[in-house]
Write a protein that binds this ligand. Structure first.
Ligand SMILES: [Zn+2]
Ligand SMILES: [Zn+2]
Length: 300
């Protein structure tokens, strides 16, 4: 099974620093290149990471704060000049259609490809044979969404069983994979005896939000949970007031949701000199915590 790749193009908070760009994450799986948020400077981060923005298939916007969207006009304009020739799908919370319309009017660049903007409600909003995308509403003062990418496990043949059964390779194996029982050489073979399903893989992305009851059920059993970590644990009052999470809350969410790995991003520049301390706080609650830097890649 091919891997899911995450590239953290920007890992800072609202004010970018020398080492941390505004937020943006690229999720790649086979032909899908899904960009989550597009802070200022995202298109240059693509170049630094050696990635081609023309491969983007979809953009998911969590919310319309500058540090998550200021890179959109530049990126969309560059795509036009780089021969982007597909329909670009942009998804976001309520209000994004109007915001995108105004953005395109203001910047008025020559656009030679289609942009399809969709306002997303909680639940699954895009599904194909091998994966789906779902969203949940967060609490951040303006319409805000968290997202999950779930790659569905394939149906596979149990090789050992096949060997012992005397069944040979052929199109009948596809029928077994599709759940059909078959007859072969005068014998009957049941699909459930020969077929198993690989595990689904789930990546959840929770960016700006204050702690709320919807997060844990939404991110349940993630292979990777990406979470904002704007504040350290001791600033929980500030986090609550500014509608953000602390690193401790992010770690508690990872633990309670039974996620396998927590990746912390959207880090405030106030911790630039003490990233280790911030990570230590998270690890105290949830061992499998990691704090990413700009351009870092994670494979799932
Ligand atoms: Zn932000
Ligand atoms: Zn925000």
């Amino acid at each position: 099974m091919s891997q899911i790749n995450l590239t953290f193009l920007g890992t800072g908070d609202d004010i970018p620093s020398r080492s941390r760009n505004h937020t943006s994450i690229l999720l790649r799986n086979n032909q899908e290149n899904i960009l989550i948020d597009c802070g200022e400077g995202t298109q240059r981060q693509f170049r630094k990471a050696g990635l081609n923005p023309c491969k983007i298939t979809r953009i998911l916007i969590t919310h319309w704060h500058g540090d998550h969207v200021l890179g959109l006009p530049g990126l969309l304009s560059t795509l036009s000049m780089s021969g982007y020739n597909k329909t670009l799908y942009i998804y976001g919370p309520k209000g994004i259609k109007e915001k995108m319309k105004k953005t395109l009017e203001v910047f008025n660049f020559h656009k030679n490809y289609e942009i399809n903007v969709e306002e997303v409600s909680p639940g699954i909003f895009y599904e194909v044979k091998n994966f789906y995308l779902s969203a949940e509403e967060m609490e951040h003062g303006i319409p805000t969404l968290a997202y999950s990418f779930v790659r569905k496990g394939n149906f596979r043949i149990k090789k050992e069983k096949l060997k012992k059964s005397g069944l040979s390779e052929g199109p009948h194996l596809q029928e077994l994979k599709e759940g059909k029982d078959i007859s072969y050489g005068g014998k009957k073979f049941k699909s459930k005896d020969f077929v198993y399903k690989e595990e689904d893989k789930k990546v959840s992305i929770v960016l700006d939000t204050k702690m709320n009851k919807k997060i844990i059920p939404f991110v349940k059993d993630s292979n990777v949970l990406v979470s904002e970590a704007t504040y350290s644990g001791e600033l929980s009052k500030e986090a609550e007031d500014h509608l953000h999470l602390t690193v401790i809350q992010a770690a508690q969410i990872a633990k309670k949701s039974k996620s396998k790995k927590l990746i912390l991003t959207h880090v405030s520049s106030r911790y630039l000199k003490n990233m280790k301390g911030l990570l230590k706080e998270a690890k105290g609650v949830f061992t499998e915590s990691y704090l990413v830097k700009d351009l870092e890649k994670v494979e799932i």
